[in-house]
Design a protein around this ligand. Structure first.
Ligand code: 3PG
Length: 391
C-alpha cells in the first residue's frame, strides 16, 4: 500500500476521501473528532502545494438531496479549525464542480457536497466513480471510518486514478494492525454492547489472539443464561445461547481467560428512574432486568485491565447513558485511563463513553471508525483498503 508521503503532490489535484460523518443536532456538530482527525492529512497536502478536493458522506440520505445532511456546517468548522478558507460546493460532480476545480490555486481547499446525495455512491456505480476520478490526478483515502464500505468514493474511484492512503488511515491501520498481529502480552479485549449477534465475528477472531476476554453489556446475559442461571427480564438472544456455550468452551480449550460478571445491577424497569439493586449473577429475580455489571465485577475487570500490556475495548458494560447503570462502564474507563498498558478504543459507543467520563485524553488510541474497526477486529479485509493495495 502506497502512502501519500511517497508522492510529489505539488500542483496536483488531489481527491481526498475523508470521513466527515459527524453527529449533528439541529444543524450543529455535536462531536468534531472526525474533522480534527483529518486535518494532519489536509494540512500536509496544502503545505506541499496540492489542490485539495475533499469528499465525504454525512448520514444516510439514501441517494437523494437532503437539506439536513449538507456538509455546509462541516466546511465552516473545518475552515475555523484550519484558519483557512474552505470552498464548500453544493454538488460533488458535474460542470460547476469541474469549473471550480479548474480555477483552484495550489494550496486551496474545496469541500464537495455529501457524496451520498447520488444513488451511485453506495451502489459503487462505475460511472460515478469515473466522475470523481475525472476531478483528480491523485486519490488519497483517509476515510478509515468508511473503509468497510465498497462505495464509489471509497473503493470504485481507486480503479481510475492513482490511489494512496492518507495519514489517519495509516495510523489507524498501524495501531489496530499491530495490536492484532503482534500484540504485547498480556493482551486483553473488552467486549460489550447490546447484542451477541453484532459481536460474534469479533469474539471468534479474538479468541485466537487474546489472553483475557472480558465480557459485559446487554450481550452478557445470553452468556449468563448459557451458564444455566436465571436472568429474569434481562436481554436474551434465545438463538445465541448455544453459540455462547460454544464460546465458553472454546475459551477453555484455547487457554483464554474468559471474565464474566459475578454480580449485576438490576432494575424493575428500563428507565433512568427505575428502582435498582445489586444482586449476585446467579440470583437475578424473575421480574427484574440486568442493566449494568455489578460493582464486584467492575473491580475484577479493572484489575485485569491494570495488569495487561495491551487492551482493546469495544462496547459499553451497561446502559451508561443512564446514571444508575453507568458505574460498570465508568470503572472500566477509569481503569483504562490509569493502566500502564497500551489502550485502544474501538470507536462508536466506547469512544462516547471515554468522552463522557472525561478520560479520552488518557487513551493511547481512539479509533475514528466504529463499524470499520469492528470489521478489522473480526479479521476481515476492508474494501477501501484493499483498493489501495491493488495499485
Ligand atoms: C460510520 O459512521 O461508521 C461511518 O461513517 C460509516 O457510515 P455508514 O454506517 O452510514 O456507512
Amino acid at each position: 500500500k502506497k502512502s501519500m508521503n511517497d508522492v510529489d503532490v505539488k500542483g496536483k489535484r488531489v481527491f481526498v476521501r475523508v470521513d466527515f460523518n459527524v453527529p449533528m443536532d439541529e444543524g450543529r456538530i455535536t462531536d468534531e473528532t472526525r474533522i480534527r482527525a483529518a486535518i494532519p492529512t489536509i494540512e500536509q497536502l496544502v503545505n506541499a502545494g496540492a489542490k485539495v478536493i475533499l469528499a465525504s458522506h454525512l448520514g444516510r440520505p439514501k441517494g437523494e438531496v437532503n437539506e439536513d445532511m449538507r456538509l455546509t456546517a462541516v466546511g465552516e468548522r473545518l475552515s475555523e479549525l484550519m484558519d483557512k478558507p474552505v470552498n464548500k460546493l453544493d454538488e460533488s460532480i458535474g460542470s460547476d464542480v469541474e469549473a471550480a476545480v479548474n480555477n483552484m490555486q495550489d494550496g486551496e481547499i474545496i469541500l464537495l457536497e455529501n457524496v451520498r446525495f447520488h444513488k451511485g455512491e453506495e451502489k459503487n456505480d462505475e460511472a460515478l466513480a469515473k466522475e470523481f476520478a475525472k476531478l483528480a490526478d491523485l486519490y488519497v483515502n483517509d476515510a478509515f471510518g468508511a473503509a468497510h464500505r465498497a462505495h464509489a468514493s471509497t473503493e470504485g474511484i481507486a480503479k481510475h486514478v492513482p490511489a494512496v492512503s492518507g495519514l489517519l488511515m495509516e495510523k489507524e491501520l498501524d495501531v489496530l494492525g499491530k495490536a492484532l498481529s503482534n500484540p504485547e502480552r498480556p493482551f486483553t479485549a473488552i467486549i460489550g454492547g447490546a447484542k451477541v449477534k453484532d459481536k460474534i465475528g469479533v469474539i471468534e477472531n479474538l479468541l485466537d489472539k487474546v489472553d483475557h476476554l472480558i465480557i459485559g453489556g446487554g450481550l452478557v446475559f445470553t452468556f449468563v443464561k448459557a451458564m444455566g442461571h436465571n436472568i429474569g427480564k434481562s436481554l436474551l438472544e434465545e438463538d445465541k445461547i448455544e453459540l455462547a456455550k460454544g464460546f465458553i468452551e472454546q475459551a477453555k480449550e484455547k487457554g483464554v481467560q474468559l471474565h464474566m460478571p459475578v454480580d449485576a445491577v438490576v432494575a424493575n424497569e428500563f428507565s433512568k428512574d427505575a428502582e435498582t439493586k445489586v444482586v449476585a449473577i446467579d440470583a437475578i429475580p424473575s421480574d427484574w432486568m440486568g442493566l449494568d455489571i455489578g460493582p464486584k465485577t467492575a473491580e475484577n475487570y479493572a484489575e485485569v485491565i491494570k495488569q495487561s500490556k495491551l487492551i482493546i475495548w469495544n462496547g459499553p458494560m451497561g446502559v451508561f447513558e443512564m446514571e444508575k447503570f453507568a458505574n460498570g462502564t465508568k470503572t472500566v474507563a477509569d481503569a483504562m485511563a490509569t493502566t500502564d498498558g497500551y489502550t485502544i478504543i474501538g470507536g462508536g459507543d466506547s469512544a462516547a463513553a471515554v468522552e463522557k467520563f472525561e478520560v479520552a485524553s488518557k487513551m493511547d488510541h481512539i479509533s475514528t471508525g466504529g463499524g470499520a474497526s469492528l470489521e478489522l477486529m473480526e479479521g476481515k479485509e476492508l474494501p477501501g483498503i484493499v483498493a489501495l493495495n491493488d495499485k
